[in-house]
Design a protein around this ligand. Structure first.
Ligand SMILES: C[S@@+](CC[C@H](N)C(=O)[O-])C[C@H]1O[C@@H](n2cnc3c(N)ncnc32)[C@H](O)[C@@H]1O
Length: 242
């Protein structure tokens, strides 16, 4: 059941309450290491406005009562996770390898939104909630994460000249990323939706093509608050037969 009286404005108010309860000093250290708290706090308003915009678009595209697997979800995704749970009765599994970030966000969620079923899971998304599949995969600025894949990230953002690429490292990272993309893709049910950034959509297009799945990109893109990558949707469905 949708929460009585809940709408996007109510979700944004609650997200704001969660943000106000965050230990910014500690979270700033996780994200930016230096001047982190100030840099991150400056993004607070954008987290709310851009998050609400993405949440509205996502809820138009996914069914009520379904389930999302968010991979590498952090602060930027918070309003979207809340909207899915509060307005669309959806199950949200939000996995992130940064245990400290999960701990800090969960502490703020527990204080401000104790009865909303949204918490971050400090785990590899490939093995999170193994008992189920998902009709939506949220994967924002994951395959471009400089901490996890420094070479892939540098190539994806055009930060490195071809002559400087360590080819062996590049190939090793690409295989790791492909393995992760494959295992995430395997958890998606059909028809399904993928929310992802322009820089990493090719990981999913490659898999859809190999599986004979139609992957239709959305026309509209959305900015994200922390990394700032443009994000859109890929609708995945079986190719027509005959
Ligand atoms: C660049 S951050 C992006 C955070 C957030 N999605 C955003 O757009 O602001 C990438 C995140 O993905 C996480 N990550 C990398 N591999 C992962 C995996 N296999 N499962 C879950 N999280 C992962 C990292 O720990 C990091 O927190």
């Amino acid at each position: 059941m949708k929460r009585p009286g809940a709408d996007h404005a109510a979700v944004t108010r609650l997200a704001d309450k969660v943000l106000r309860g965050i230990d910014w000093q500690a979270l700033g250290d996780v994200y930016f290491h230096e001047d982190g708290a100030a840099l991150l706090r400056a993004k607070q308003a954008a987290v709310l406005t851009l998050g609400e915009r993405l949440a509205k678009a996502l809820l138009r595209a996914v069914p009520r009562g379904g389930a999302s697997l968010w991979v590498g979800a952090g602060l930027a995704e918070l309003p979207v996770l809340l909207a899915e749970s509060m307005l669309h009765e959806r199950t949200v599994v939000a996995a992130n390898l940064r245990a400290r970030e999960c701990e800090l966000l969960n502490a703020a969620l527990a204080a401000a939104a104790p009865d909303v079923a949204v918490r971050y899971l400090a785990a590899d998304a490939a093995v999170a909630a193994p008992e189920r599949t998902f009709d939506h995969l949220g994967c924002i600025s994951l395959f471009t994460d400089p901490e996890t894949w420094p070479v892939l990230s540098a190539v994806a953002y055009g930060r490195i000249a071809p002559v400087q690429v360590d080819v062996e490292k590049f190939v090793a990272e690409r295989e790791q990323a492909r393995t992760l993309a494959r295992s995430l893709f395997a958890r998606l049910s059909w028809p399904g939706l993928v929310t992802t950034s322009a820089e990493e959509v090719a990981w999913f297009l490659e898999l859809a093509d190999a599986a004979g799945i139609v992957a239709e990109p959305s026309d509209t893109m959305f900015e994200t608050a922390v990394v700032g990558d443009p994000v859109g949707f890929l609708s995945m469905r079986d190719a027509p037969t005959g």
